[in-house]
Write a protein of this length. Structure first.
Length: 308
């Protein structure tokens, strides 16, 4: 088993190589920069939004992109955060996000479900028997895209890592949702479409373990808190299954994503001409008439009227 040097190792890679803090951080940063080049995630001039939650992944990608922005005057960075209204969790992570943005000198915009949709997530879940992530995901994606467009971002970076992508790939396979798989990848979307802001994933080839280790070693985050609703999700079940596979067969997650990347161009080609309209209620892009966000906004408003 190869050791990078005589210094104590902090990370063991799937191939067996052990890296010390200095060599691991250099390896991680080089991997992110290579991902950006390989998948053409950034141009010379970008007004780049970075979606952050105050967690390890989003703050790590914000930190790395800030370094890249400092080296490239044509790239301007702004952070964007969503307050879903999860009591005892989101307030704390938003404070972390605000403090980190102030520390590294990045402007931050925060928008909330309460202000934008009329009700916080906790309120919706008290009134509707639904999996938290199903409604939260709809509202979060809707709001991130709309606000990114309104703020004039050319691209929106997210903190999705290799584990997240593996989970999404398998979830779509288990659900027989090939069309959803065509929207995955390091640069998301079937193609450039009016109303959509291109999303990029600079941590696409970094495992969650690598991101967590890098964040702690570099003082980006000193504690990790998971959303209290995460354990109730289907994604959590798939995550646990993947972690078991990775433990018995190191490199499984890399293999899944690398295999998927070979088929992704075919998926994008298959669905490139898919009709996409506009939601008649909010004007946002939609492939199903009234968009899912508006369907849920109707439910929220109906609930509020019934309680008056």
């Amino acid at each position: 088993m190869m050791q990078c040097c005589d210094t104590r190792a902090v990370m063991k890679l799937p191939g067996g190589e052990k890296l010390c803090k200095t060599h691991f951080c250099a390896y991680f940063e080089a991997k992110v920069r290579k991902t950006i080049r390989q998948f053409d995630l950034l141009g010379e001039k970008e007004r780049l939004g970075v979606a952050i939650s105050g967690g390890k992944d989003s703050l790590t990608v914000l930190s790395l992109l800030k370094h890249i922005s400092d080296e490239n005057p044509g790239i301007a960075i702004t952070a964007l955060a969503i307050n879903e209204g999860i009591h005892g969790y989101r307030d704390a992570t938003l404070e972390t996000a605000r403090a980190f943005c102030a520390r590294i000198g990045v402007p931050l915009h925060v928008f909330s479900y309460e202000e934008e949709f009329g009700m916080a997530l906790d309120g919706i879940l008290r009134r509707h028997d639904v999996r938290p992530c199903s409604v939260c995901g709809v509202f979060r994606r809707y709001l991130l895209n709309r606000k990114a467009r309104e703020l004039g971002f050319t691209k929106l970076a997210t903190g999705h890592n290799l584990d997240d992508e593996c989970q999404s790939i398998l979830m779509n396979q288990f659900r027989n949702d090939i069309k959803a798989s065509a929207r995955l990848g390091p640069k998301t979307g079937l193609k450039e479409r009016q109303g959509f802001v291109t999303r990029i994933k600079p941590l696409y080839l970094c495992t969650e373990k690598e991101v967590t280790t890098y964040a702690f070693l570099n003082g980006i985050l000193d504690a990790f808190a998971e959303c209290p609703n995460a354990a109730k999700s289907y994604r959590a079940e798939v995550r646990d299954m993947l972690n078991d596979l990775e433990n018995t067969s190191p490199g499984t997650k890399y293999s899944i994503v690398n295999s998927f990347l070979q088929t992704l161009p075919l998926l994008k080609e298959k669905f490139k001409d898919e009709a996409l309209g506009t939601c008649p209620e909010c004007g946002e892009p939609s492939s199903r008439g009234v968009c899912r966000a508006c369907v849920w906004m109707r439910k929220v408003q109906a609930t509020k009227k019934a309680e008056m």
